[in-house]
Design a protein around this ligand. Structure first.
Ligand code: ASP
Ligand code: MG
Length: 457
């Protein structure tokens, strides 16, 4: 039995969705299919919360927009007219619930993390219901099982929950496993689970991958297939490097490193539950379902390549905290990190020397981060400095930690193009090396490295 995850990127446009349904009818029988929300719907739900908070008169419009998006698809993909009304009724029931939440947050004048998780979890419920009804309208048996009913248990952390694997496995063995391997397709909405107290908790943006991994591990599936609208992991972003190639196989660590920066093919924590179960992930392109895709598997993959990918991220800014004797002052890192976390700012990475702590943030967070640290009393630093206009390049490969001279080759190639390297982090991970360059130098840096490690065959 397989667990198949279908990404929101594929659930875009009526024709695409109709094609995905054909694929599911052909390959999904007897398997568990975890779905994302239709493309853009999670964003709509979250933006809807903000709009609803501001102005209660917007609520009917938000709800009508969600209805329209799903009904347009339903009318196109349902093969029997008679299936449309029952789906519309189910959709309307869920929309009435959301409507009440929206009015609730307008009335209480606050969006709590609990409420936001509750509201954003509906995108997956809509899409799973839609695909289930669509398959049934094609005379394919299908069922939809809600994560909060089958016992997908989480630690209760809103917006960034972790599944309780042991207890979830037990629950799924009772409520889901007996239904697998039969004639039908079993849909499960991704992205969220339920805490012990019964609260809906999401796994963070893009979290349906993680849901699917938890289900695959808990059900001891043969494989986790992740269906996407791209071929798989690439040696570089094809928009930047013309000769970029598909990476046929990766280790768990390589996939995890590449999930943070670069192509972001998977949710960063997807490999967590699978590592223990030693389960394989296959990335499949729905536009070319028989293509090889990328395989993520346990152990070090035998490969002649030391470097698997040179990825990059332009959503990066640096906040430098100048302080003397960073290494001799207990608690300074904690102080800075806590303050940022309290302000809801995520730290992407940290590189420090004795005089400067460099904190890598999303570009849009840098100014907020600076303001947050400015408030610290007593001031644990001498000066704060921010840098935008930078990009991060990351080299990922199992050979990095053991191969000799790789960093030297990388930086020689970059220097030969006249690119200045602003900052380097190498060592913490066996499989990754990061460095920062000016945005204008990004293409040159990535192409130079790609040429060295992926010479034309
Ligand atoms: N729908 C959620 C999101 O957009 C989860 C997912 O797509 O995996 O973040
Ligand atoms: Mg998504």
């Amino acid at each position: 039995m397989k667990v198949i995850k279908i990404g929101g990127g594929c659930l875009k446009g009526r024709k695409n969705i109709a094609r995905i349904l054909d694929l599911i009818a052909e390959r999904g029988i007897g398997n568990v299919v975890v779905v994302s929300a239709l493309n853009g719907v999670t964003d709509d739900l979250i933006q809807g919360s903000r709009d609803a908070l501001e102005n209660e008169e917007k609520i009917p419009e938000i709800v009508a927009g969600l209805r329209k998006k799903h009904m347009r698809v339903a009318r196109h993909v349902f093969q029997r007219e008679s299936a449309v009304n029952p789906y519309a009724r189910e959709l309307d029931r869920m929309l009435r619930e959301i409507e009440r939440f929206y009015y609730g947050l307008n009335f209480t004048r606050e969006i709590t993390r609990r409420m936001l998780d509750m509201i954003s979890s509906y995108g997956e419920r809509f899409s799973a219901g839609l695909l289930t009804a669509a398959l049934r309208s094609r005379h394919v048996e299908a069922d939809c099982l809600m994560p909060h009913r089958i016992g997908m248990l989480t630690d209760g952390k809103y917006g960034d929950a972790t599944a309780d694997l042991r207890r979830t496995s037990k629950n799924l063995e009772t409520h889901l496993l007996p239904l697998t391997g039969k004639k039908g397709v079993l849909f499960v909405p991704g992205f969220y689970g339920v805490s012990e107290r019964g609260d809906i908790t999401t796994f963070g943006r893009g979290g349906s991958d993680y849901s699917a991994a938890v289900l695959a591990a808990a059900l001891k599936a043969d494989v986790l297939e992740v269906w996407k609208d791209v071929a798989g992991y690439m040696s570089a972003d094809p928009r930047l490097v013309r000769g970029a190639r598909l990476i046929p196989s990766l280790s768990y660590d390589e996939a995890a490193e590449l999930s943070y920066f670069g192509a972001k093919i998977l949710h960063p924590r997807t490999v967590e539950p699978l590592r223990r179960a030693r389960l394989q992930i296959v990335i499949k392109n729905t536009l070319n379902p028989d293509g090889p895709g990328s395989l993520i598997a346990p152990g070090k993959r035998k490969s002649s390549r030391i470097i698997k990918s040179v990825a990059h991220d332009t959503d990066i800014g640096i906040l430098k905290v100048h302080a003397s004797g960073v290494g001799a002052r207990p608690g300074i890192l904690g102080l800075v990190a806590n303050r940022l976390t309290e302000s809801g700012i995520n730290i992407k990475s940290v590189v420090t020397s004795q005089t400067v702590i460099s904190i890598l943030l999303a570009r849009g967070d840098v100014e907020d981060g600076r303001l947050a640290l400015k408030e610290l009393r007593p001031r644990p630093y001498r000066k704060l400095e921010k840098t935008g206009d930078v990009a991060l390049v990351s080299l990922v490969g199992e050979g990095l930690g053991t191969g000799k001279g790789i960093a030297a080759r990388c930086f020689t190639a970059v220097a030969e193009r006249g690119v200045n390297v602003e900052m380097i982090s190498f060592g913490p991970s066996r499989v990754a090396l990061y460095f920062i360059v000016r945005t204008r130098d990004l293409r040159d840096a990535v192409c130079a490295i790609h040429e060295i490690f992926f010479p034309r065959e």
